[in-house]
Design a protein around this ligand. Structure first.
Ligand SMILES: C[S@@+](CC[C@H](N)C(=O)[O-])C[C@H]1O[C@@H](n2cnc3c(N)ncnc32)[C@H](O)[C@@H]1O
Length: 251
């Protein structure tokens, strides 16, 4: 193993107040900070002019992982920054997979630091709709064929679990969300409560409560995480919660 270290850092959903002290320490203690440019901007308040900053672009995640690993293998302290939790549709898995390909004597120490995921922040903003069992699903078909995404969605739609949908919809990728809505409405009914959490913990945060029936897909973007209630959901006062108990008892 080399003397370098690579921290794969989950920065939380956006606001500095939701960043962990461990994430802050990894970024401030790094000689090199590597990340997709939006995530580097999210730690602008922590950066020092003496640090080297390597900004990446969307779609070049493997290159970013390799670059961070090479720098750490050369002996640098590197922070590879990722939004939310790096292990939830973030940079952790692909970077560890690349690290595992290196010979043990060339591999730097790699440490994954957890962060607050968008679904957790969105749930807290709406109440506690993920308290009972829930599942996280990305609707992106960039790294996985849509047929596989739809198979998972179909199984989950009938499961009764609350769902957090990541990467739900972009202007170029709208059909998948329409199909997801169709499956979910058929399996769960139009009255099922939904939370659209946009830019959660960021200055433009907006939390919208709607239902599967009333949901306007145009409201949903890549800056939204969509929470779909499970069969233990209840609207209590202004909050949406999930009360574990017999099916139907809570609604
Ligand atoms: C590549 S995934 C990154 C997820 C991240 N690793 C996490 O744990 O939150 C990007 C998707 O996460 C969701 N997301 C991330 N941050 C968000 C935020 N602050 N507000 C709403 N959604 C967010 C959106 O669905 C977005 O399309």
């Amino acid at each position: 193993m080399t003397s370098g270290v690579l921290h794969i850092v989950g920065l939380g959903p956006g606001g500095a107040a939701h960043r962990t002290p461990a994430a802050t320490a990894a970024v401030t203690g790094a000689e090199v900070v590597v990340g997709y440019t939006t995530y580097v901007d999210a730690v602008a308040d922590l950066l020092d002019p003496r640090q080297r900053v390597v900004r990446g672009v969307m779609g070049e995640e493997d290159r970013r992982a390799d670059e961070a690993l090479v720098l750490a293998a050369e002996g640098a302290r590197v922070a590879l920054v990722s939004s939310g939790d790096a292990g939830v549709h973030g940079m952790a898995a692909r970077t560890l997979a690349r690290a595992a390909e290196l010979d043990a004597d060339e591999r730097p120490q790699v440490i994954v630091l957890p962060g607050v995921s968008a679904a957790q922040a969105a749930a807290a903003a709406a109440g506690a709709p993920l308290t009972d069992d829930f599942a996280v699903l990305s609707l992106s078909d960039i790294s996985m064929p849509w047929a596989r995404v739809e198979r998972r969605l179909d199984a989950l739609a009938g499961s009764g679990l609350a769902l957090a949908l990541y990467n739900p919809r972009s202007s170029r990728r709208a059909a998948g969300f329409d199909r997801a809505l169709e499956l979910l409405r058929a399996a769960r009914g139009e009255a099922t409560p939904v939370v659209l959490a946009h830019d959660v913990t960021r200055p433009d945060e907006r939390i919208e409560r709607t239902t599967l029936g009333a949901l306007d897909p145009e409201r949903v973007t890549m800056r939204t995480v969509v929470l779909v209630s499970g069969d233990s959901a209840a609207e209590v006062g202004p909050w949406l919660v999930a009360l574990r108990g017999p099916v139907g008892a809570a609604t």
